[in-house]
Design a protein around this ligand. Structure first.
Ligand SMILES: [Zn+2]
Length: 199
């Protein structure tokens, strides 16, 4: 029922209709612009704060996933320094003879992943100084160069702490008994450990 339209002169009706369509188009454009601005603002915010999510391609080994040194299709393993992985494989073979199995909890990491871990630790400890004792910056981390590997479980860690030097493998940070690097020649003496990743 449109009595007002019927009452309007036939000349003015098309003008009203044109105005109405212009209004509709205008509202649509405004809505599109608002959506675009919202998307841009959200996108900028997301990339600065939480836009990066580490993936397997960054060296992520998801919690609950069992990865070993033999899994060379996993980037965290494939991108390890070849001397380190060769030494670790040899150590693992000998440890296996004693009934032990090595699991890799972290290996190579992309610089972005390392930065993300650092950021996460800063939030956890509410202190960059404390965070850096556990997570090195990307330019200092031996995980980013593929020269460090984190090993579990604890019996494997203890075996490596005791026998790693035979293969040139050493625990390098006193506060990380899971973190190993190739830090001496096979059969050599491991250098004195640094107190932590900030040292
Ligand atoms: Zn480590």
């Amino acid at each position: 029922m449109q009595p007002s339209l019927a009452a309007t002169s036939p000349v003015r009706q098309p003008l009203r209709a044109r105005r109405l369509s212009l209004l509709v188009v205008g509202v649509c454009i405004a809505a599109l612009l608002a959506a675009l601005v919202a998307a841009l603002v959200h996108g900028t915010f997301a990339s600065a704060v939480a836009g990066f999510a580490p993936a397997a391609a960054d060296g992520l080994i998801a919690e609950g996933t069992v990865v070993t040194l033999a899994d060379d299709d996993v980037p965290a393993i494939a991108r390890l320094d070849s001397d380190l992985s060769a030494a670790m494989l040899q150590a693992e073979t000998d440890a296996a003879a004693e009934g032990l199995a090595f699991q890799v909890t972290s290996g190579w990491r992309s610089p972005q992943y390392q930065q993300w871990l650092l950021q996460d630790a800063i939030e956890l400890y509410a202190s960059e100084t404390v965070a850096r004792q556990f997570v090195a910056t990307p330019d200092r981390s031996s995980h980013v160069t593929g020269k460090a590997v984190d090993i579990g479980p604890i019996d494997a860690q203890l075996w490596l702490i005791e026998h790693g030097a035979r293969y040139g493998i050493c625990q390098t940070y006193a506060n990380e008994r899971w973190h190993f690097e190739r830090a001496t020649e096979p059969g050599g003496v491991c250098p004195e450990m640094k107190a932590d990743a900030a040292g």
